[in-house]
Ligand binder design. Structure first.
Ligand SMILES: [Fe+2]
Ligand SMILES: [Fe+2]
Length: 199
């Protein structure tokens, strides 16, 4: 992501569309049309799964679980074809499809340093928190012979301190996101280890 394309907006979608959500099949079709990079699709599925798992852990109802799932599943949908227009393109698409404004706002604020939109709701904050951390834990699983098996929080923390490992993952964003979510980083890492979708 780069800093050259802030969204310069504070409102996303329309309140009239609260509760309007595409089906899982429609979301997967959109990803199939827009994203040719399988690793990126997998990243979005992982983040979507974490979002849904978190909503379940909070006891939220099924429509809310679906809303959280979609936010994660679609958050980088435009990154493959329009990296310079990330995440404007997906936001405009979801607005054109009259999707729930809470989902559009969460996607718009998944990188506050890049898009200039602050996460406010719990869903906004958790999408921001899971995005980088999910990718980091996934990278760590790939270098472990046992993958996710026996993975511990302290191992992830050790890698976070090793600046050469997965150097493209911003430690600053991970720390900032955990602070904004009000969840200790250890707990967030444990949640990701326990709930990450595995290849
Ligand atoms: Fe992104
Ligand atoms: Fe992402």
């Amino acid at each position: 992501m780069n800093l050259t394309h802030p969204l310069n907006r504070i409102e996303f979608g329309s309140q009239e569309n609260i509760g309007n959500m595409m089906t899982m099949q429609e979301a997967l079709t959109l990803l199939g049309d827009w994203v040719k990079n399988d690793k990126l699709v997998f990243h979005m599925k992982q983040v979507g799964h974490l979002m849904k798992s978190f909503a379940i852990s909070k006891g939220y109802d099924e429509p809310t679980q679906h809303l959280w799932h979609l936010s994660g599943l679609l958050h980088d949908a435009d990154w493959d074809q329009w990296p310079d227009d990330h995440c404007r393109k997906i936001i405009e698409e979801l607005e054109a499809r009259n999707q729930d404004p809470r989902m559009i706002k969460a996607i718009a604020s998944h990188g506050p340093r890049y898009f200039g939109v602050e996460p406010h709701s719990e869903m906004d904050k958790m999408l921001y928190a899971f995005d980088e951390l999910s990718g980091f834990v996934h990278a760590y699983s790939l270098m472990r012979p046992q993958g996710y098996e026996g993975m511990e929080v302290k191992g992830v923390r050790k890698r976070l301190k090793d600046k050469a490992f997965a150097a493209q993952v911003s430690r600053e964003d991970i720390a900032d996101a955990s602070q904004r979510a009000g969840i200790p980083l250890e707990d967030l890492i444990q949640f990701v280890i326990d709930n990450q979708l595995r290849a």
